[in-house]
Design a protein around this ligand. Structure first.
Ligand code: TNX
Length: 529
């Protein structure tokens, strides 16, 4: 274990033979080479602000200087961080992204004070031992999915979450923007999606300790300017944002805003409100050309808000689409015959294939939950494997890209202890150690198929998380273990150095404390949680 307790663990840390140290002080300069602007701004603003260091510009390699360099000899996300006794630190990355990850490591070496918003009283800047850190991520897709539909995450809390992802070297933010219980993104050509679809009349679900049942209206949404701000803030931190517009199920909020989107021959959809209950609404989209046109209009605005450089991927959901309404609807049955898609699974596949083609024509890629395998996978689709590994294995063997996020392993809404005091006691028990032993690539997978696994993400469904502190509690500290699984090469689950990780967490908790994260304490929930 490195003395600084780096998380995620780097490839290697080599202590310098001279045993000396480097202590940044007010004279420390920042020398930023071409392509390192994001790391420069972040170091000056975030670390400089925390420690009260102005970090004025200076010449590369100058005395007492932090030097940032892009070196194309390294892989784009790789970096080498060299701390030289008495002299300074060099952050050398394969691209601006690698330099940015090196800056995250430097912050950890600078101690918990570097995680505050301003210098704490008497917080001295620690001496950093001279050393070289070599590092490179295992996976290119290291993500977190946040459900902002079941409970709305205010914009500033989203920005804060992006900061927390960057601090853990995670680089994909999957933004679950629509669901039965609320539509959260402003769409100018369909204003009722947020005027009506963002507000449910009440919240009719709850758990023993979570007190969620509420007769009051609930909601919220992001304006297009909010979305642009979130996307720009993420890009500045080398995080890609993948928007999700979920269809053809999980669509009751949209149908309540525009009743013609529903199966009007079996239900008077004009009476719907966004779903006020837990679980999956039976009210799904009607399989019509008009519905496709409506969602193409939505996607045109989404593509404009989430440029391809930020993410080529658009998530179209496809999960848990109840088929009963299509079975009962004469219009849907007629469409099955007319389209020649065989059955209701074929209809679902027809939706996804349409948007796969539509997105591809615009230079984008469709990603969807593993139910999109049912009825035939769209040719260009990438699969988020959530019902276990099976869907991901099948898709990877068929030559599709895959993001592994099995609910049994990395659903952070699920409880982290089996005891009676957990404030949100749902789902599988997944302790910090369980997450640490999660392996995204099934060992039985042939190498060619394993190469299709882009990476992994943890998913945060917010049915039982009504505010920031609940989200913090469920996500941390498990996200630290998850980040290490996604970034570091840890070997087979049984061989992982859990004790070593726990030891490094001893250095990580004070960082989370300095950041004001309401994480679950190792001993269990605090009395008010
Ligand atoms: C399944 S994962 C869902 C979500 C729920 C979650 C609760 C997925 C694609 N669908 O709609 O929120 O379980 O754990």
């Amino acid at each position: 274990m490195g003395a600084a307790g780096l998380i995620p663990a780097p490839v290697s840390v080599t202590a310098a033979a001279d045993g000396g140290t480097f202590t940044p002080d007010t004279a420390t300069a920042l020398a930023a080479g071409p392509g390192t602007e994001t790391a420069e701004r972040w170091l000056r603003g975030t670390v400089g602000g925390a420690l009260g260091l102005p970090l004025p510009p200076g010449p590369a390699g100058g005395p007492n200087t932090i030097t940032l360099v892009v070196d194309p000899e390294l892989a784009p996300e790789a970096y080498r961080l060299t701390v030289t006794a008495g002299t300074g630190a060099e952050l050398r990355g394969g691209s601006g992204t690698g330099v940015f990850w090196a800056a995250q490591t430097l912050r950890q070496l600078l101690g918990p004070g570097a995680f505050r918003a301003a210098p704490g009283a008497g917080s001295a800047i620690p001496a950093i031992p001279a050393q070289t850190v070599e590092d490179e991520p295992r996976f290119g897709w290291r993500g977190l999915m946040l459900d902002v539909s079941r409970h709305f995450t205010p914009k500033n809390d989203v920005l804060r979450m992006l900061d927390l992802l960057a601090a853990h070297k995670l680089n994909v933010f999957h933004f679950h923007l629509t669901d039965d219980q609320g539509w959260r993104i402003e769409i100018k050509r369909h204003p009722r999606l947020t005027e009506v679809g963002a507000w449910r009349p009440r919240t009719k679900w709850g758990h023993r300790q979570s007190e969620l049942w509420d007769e009051k209206p609930y909601g919220g949404y992001y304006t297009q300017d909010d979305i642009r701000e979130i996307v720009a803030y993420a890009a500045e931190r080398h995080i890609r944002v993948v928007p999700e517009i979920d269809l053809p199920g999980h669509s009751q909020a949209a149908i309540s805003a525009y009743p013609e989107l529903g199966n009007t021959d079996v239900l008077d959809t004009s009476q719907l409100t966004p779903w006020d209950n837990w679980g999956v609404s039976p009210n799904v989209l009607a399989p019509t050309e008009d519905v496709l046109r409506f969602y193409e209009g939505v996607l045109e605005e989404v593509l404009d808000l989430f440029p391809a450089e930020v993410s080529p991927f658009v998530h179209m959901g496809g999960d848990e689409c109840p088929k009963d309404q299509w079975k009962q609807s004469p219009a849907a049955q007629a469409r099955i015959a007319e389209l020649g898609v065989g059955d209701e699974d074929g209809l679902q596949s027809w939706f996804i294939r349409h948007f796969d083609t539509w997105l591809a024509a615009r230079g984008r890629r469709l990603i969807g939950w593993d139910e999109i395998l049912e009825g035939g996978l769209a040719p260009g689709a990438t699969v988020s494997s959530w019902r276990g590994y099976g869907g991901g294995i099948e898709a990877a063997r068929a030559g599709h890209d895959v993001v592994m996020c099995p609910e049994q392993q990395v659903y952070l809404d699920h409880r982290q202890d089996g005891g009676p005091d957990e404030p949100m006691p749902i789902g599988y028990v997944r302790t910090l150690e369980d997450v640490y032993r999660f392996e995204p690539v099934p060992p039985t997978l042939e190498p060619a198929a394993a190469a299709r696994i882009l990476g992994t993400q943890a998913n945060v469904w917010t049915e039982v998380m009504q505010d920031r502190s609940r989200v913090d509690y469920q996500v941390f500290p498990r996200l630290a273990a998850f980040a290490e699984v996604a970034w570091s090469r840890l070997g087979a689950p049984a061989d992982r150095d859990w004790a070593g990780f726990e030891g490094r967490m001893g250095a990580h908790y004070p960082r989370l404390d300095a950041l004001g994260v309401d994480y679950r304490r190792p001993g269990g929930p605090l009395p008010w949680q």
